[in-house]
Design a protein around this ligand. Structure first.
Ligand SMILES: C[S@@+](CC[C@H](N)C(=O)[O-])C[C@H]1O[C@@H](n2cnc3c(N)ncnc32)[C@H](O)[C@@H]1O
Length: 384
């Protein structure tokens, strides 16, 4: 067993920890935007294949403290790089630095590159090449004040790039964030789920994959597949197992609606690419326009309405969110709506008391994920 780190977004750490438990991780420990654990190759491979809320899965190879560039370079050069790559392999370095000591992550990445080049020049008389796009080895340098962790990146392109998003709307939701919100919402994969403002259909696609037990990363490759000690047989078995686990149809009805024909076109293409066209009801609908007066019962709504980024949108957005609240109150009963918004003023205008509030970040935008429950009369309903 060895140490492994799975990274994620702020607020999704507990759901990622739960997912990791499900793939057999040991000694799970939650830290800021990441979860530490221990496991063998099987756990590492399963984490990449099955974790819907991880961005990257890293294997730390060295942790140390450094207080200046020279110390950092010297310690990075002392790593036995031959264990991980040959001089003929290409490599790339991602660096994230925070704190007052190292303020330029690109410069630190350059220092790490020099350390690797000089290590190989000493040992083999020549240096390996850098390939930013398709390296044989992807290295991750994480710096927090003087604490440095150098890891081998088993994932490569972040796991949010599932491979099904061929196009996206102007403010799309990240796939990992959408999956994390579905998990935070406690959706049971049985209650009919609707995203009435679906945009690129990220919620619907992620929900459908969950309800069909589809491995989120079935469609893509991973950096670890190029590792020298990569166990292709084990990986093949795990991929096969994932194929066999896939259900013939989802365990819940899933719908994706939007009023904008362009968004629907994009949603349709993405759902098609994910191979889920037969299982998601896509339709052009305006959330505010009811077809008849009848109340809709027993629904699970999940949505990410526009935030209105321009100052001129302010009043318009307040009205828009008030209309969302009115629609929920007037048209839905025995239903629950989870709303993610980066407009912290406007979401207050929904006019319903949220039963839950969770702070999240959609990129750099601070958001609230709020849950609203609609009942007729008694508060006792199927969600309680
Ligand atoms: C922020 S985007 C949603 C992004 C989406 N979560 C994704 O993954 O791409 C908001 C969407 O709400 C849609 N929308 C706005 N008002 C609407 C309404 N009244 N009825 C239905 N859709 C609406 C917009 O067309 C837009 O596609």
């Amino acid at each position: 067993m060895f140490n492994i780190i799975a990274t994620t977004f702020f607020g999704l750490e507990p759901v990622l920890a739960e997912e990791l438990m499900g793939v057999g991780a040991n000694d799970i420990q939650i830290i800021n935007r990441a979860v530490l654990f221990r496991g063998d190759n099987e756990v590492l491979y399963r984490a990449n294949l099955w974790c819907r809320t991880a961005l990257k899965v890293l294997v730390p190879i060295k942790t140390f403290q450094a207080y200046n560039d020279r110390e950092f370079y010297d310690l990075a050069r002392r790593i036995d790089w031959q264990k991980y790559m040959t001089v003929d392999d290409t490599f790339a370095i991602d660096c994230v630095a925070s704190g007052p000591i190292f303020t330029h992550s690109k410069y630190l990445a350059l220092k790490c590159k020099d350390a690797i080049a000089d290590y190989f020049r000493d040992k083999r008389g020549r240096r390996p090449n850098v390939d930013i796009e398709y390296p044989d080895l992807r290295i991750n340098v994480h710096v927090y004040n003087s604490d440095i962790t150098i890891s081998i990146d088993s994932t490569g392109i972040p796991m949010s790039k599932r491979g099904y998003k061929v196009r996206q709307v102007q403010a799309p939701l990240n796939e990992v964030m959408a999956a994390g919100i579905l998990k935070l919402s406690g959706w049971d994969c049985k209650t009919p789920l609707t995203d009435p403002m679906c945009g690129s259909a990220t919620f619907a696609t992620e929900a459908c994959m969950m309800a069909m037990d589809i491995a989120p990363s079935s469609y893509r490759n991973f950096a670890m597949e190029k590792w020298r000690d990569f166990d292709a047989k084990l990986w093949g078995n795990l991929r096969q197992e994932a194929k066999e686990r896939r259900l013939a149809k989802p365990t819940a009805e899933i719908a994706a609606y939007d009023r904008d024909p362009m968004a629907l076109d994009i949603a349709t293409q993405n759902i098609e690419k994910a191979g889920l066209s037969d299982f998601i009801d896509i339709d052009r609908r305006d959330f505010f326009k009811a077809d008849d007066g009848a109340k809709i019962a027993g629904k699970f709504l999940i949505m990410n309405p526009p935030y209105g980024e321009r100052l001129e949108d302010k009043d318009e957005m307040v009205d828009f969110y008030r209309q969302i609240g009115d629609t929920l109150k007037n048209r839905y009963t025995d239903s629950r709506a989870w709303i993610l918004s980066g407009n912290l003023d406007a979401i207050k205008r929904i006019g319903l008391h949220p039963s839950k509030k969770i702070k999240l970040f959609n990129g750099a935008i601070e958001c609230r994920l709020e849950c609203f429950e609609m009942y007729d009369g008694s508060k006792k309903n199927k969600f309680q």
